[in-house]
Design a protein around this ligand. Structure first.
Ligand SMILES: O=C(O)CCC(=O)C(=O)O
Ligand SMILES: [Fe+2]
Length: 380
């Protein structure tokens, strides 16, 4: 894995990600009054040679009052197409991570339904991800093993571009079965394997990918909807991992499927992003169509996926949208925080040498207009 770790210096330069420069875009307006000033803008630095992502120094951010933290983070998200890197925060407490999450948005989720052993005691907003164990040897983090990266057929090097045959890397947006889906997430590195031992997280810019599509194709995609179902998601994962919980009939009834636009428009800023790369998608349909109750039963109860999903999302769009010009790969250093907009970016974990500890703290910031809190065991 490439070492992209920021050093302890303020605004430590990050090595350039392998991607081409693309156009600047903007993101949704904040619901609260956020004024960027010359002082706040000066804290937002570009990722070298890229318009995807912005860097904000951690200690400088922490020194600001709440309103200014929000101005900085919102400006960085807007200018960075939904990706912000905040190095140099080693040693912060879970409560400080929650405070920083409130600087991103007004609603920080309390993770109902996540097993309590995967939450920080008394700080339910913070979910632990990784392979760390308690003194009795029980996992105290949500652990899921990422498959090996595919190999580029020409260079022979590992690649982040999605391979439909291997179904790897597991690029996704989080919780697409919610309406609206969560707005943003924060992922903070407490412990990571040493350089070269893996555990990177990669991000892809779905606004740039959408803008790069052929105009006619984009017009066609605007009419399509990805049907996202929570019950389908859990049923599909359960086929591979039988311990994974299925929804009860009551839970299923409380979470009907949501038809998400494949091209998601942000009315505040006039941007469009590709959306819907999620294992919750059970079918892709025309805007005028509906899924029949019989088909929905197959998707939700048996975990079957309509062939339209593979054809459009996995065979066509995802390999395109995860090309090097749209992606950034983050190699973690302890104290790094990454904030991403879940509606404008997708992300994937990568494998790591499990002899080393990996401990990440994660919070979820809900969309301002709501969206029901999630119940299940998944973060995906
Ligand atoms: O562990 C990682 O690198 C990413 C995990 C993830 O998908 C998430 O936190 O939503
Ligand atoms: Fe995720």
């Amino acid at each position: 894995m490439a070492a992209l770790a920021p050093s302890a210096a303020a605004l430590a330069p990050l090595p350039p990600p392998t991607r081409a420069r693309h156009r600047r875009v903007t993101t949704r307006a904040s619901p609260v009054s956020v004024r960027s000033t010359a002082a706040t803008s000066s804290l937002v630095a570009p990722v070298p040679d890229s318009d995807f992502g912005r860097v904000v120094d951690g200690p400088a951010l922490l020194s600001l009052p709440h309103a200014e933290r929000r101005a900085v983070l919102r400006e960085a998200l807007e200018r960075g197409s939904g990706l912000v890197l905040v190095p140099n925060l080693a040693g912060i407490s879970p409560r400080t991570l929650v405070e920083l999450s409130y600087a991103v948005g007004d609603v920080v989720e309390k993770n109902p339904g996540v097993a309590p052993e995967y939450l920080i005691p008394n700080v339910p907003e913070v979910q632990v991800i990784g392979n760390v164990r308690d003194e009795r040897g029980a996992l105290r983090a949500m652990f899921s093993r990422a498959p090996p990266l595919p190999t580029d057929r020409i260079t022979g090097a590992p690649t982040l571009r999605y391979d439909p045959e291997l179904r790897s890397p597991v690029w996704h947006t989080d919780q697409a079965f919610r309406d609206p889906p969560p707005f943003a997430s924060l992922l903070y590195c407490v412990k990571s394997p040493p350089a070269g031992a893996g555990g990177d997280t990669a991000f892809a810019d779905m606004t740039a990918a959408c803008n790069a599509l052929d105009t006619n194709r984009r017009e066609e995609l605007r009419k399509l909807r990805a049907v996202c179902s929570y019950a389908h998601h859990n049923a599909k994962v359960n086929r591979r991992t039988p311990t994974y919980p299925l929804l009860t009939p009551t839970q299923r009834a409380a979470h009907p499927p949501v038809a998400q636009r494949i091209i998601r428009a942000d009315p505040d800023t006039n941007t469009e992003s590709l959306y819907g790369f999620s294992s919750a998608v059970c079918a892709v349909i025309d805007e005028k169509d509906e899924v029949t109750p019989e088909d929905l039963d197959r998707y939700d109860l048996l975990g079957e996926e309509d062939a339209s999903v593979r054809a459009l999302m996995y065979d066509e769009l995802l390999p395109f949208a995860t090309g090097a010009e749209f992606t950034y790969r983050h190699s973690w250093t302890e104290g790094d925080l990454v904030v991403w907009d879940n509606l404008r970016t997708i992300h994937t974990a990568t494998p790591f040498d499990e002899r080393y500890d990996r401990e990440m703290w994660r919070t979820t910031v809900a969309h301002e207009t709501g969206g029901e809190a999630y119940l299940g065991a998944s973060i995906g």
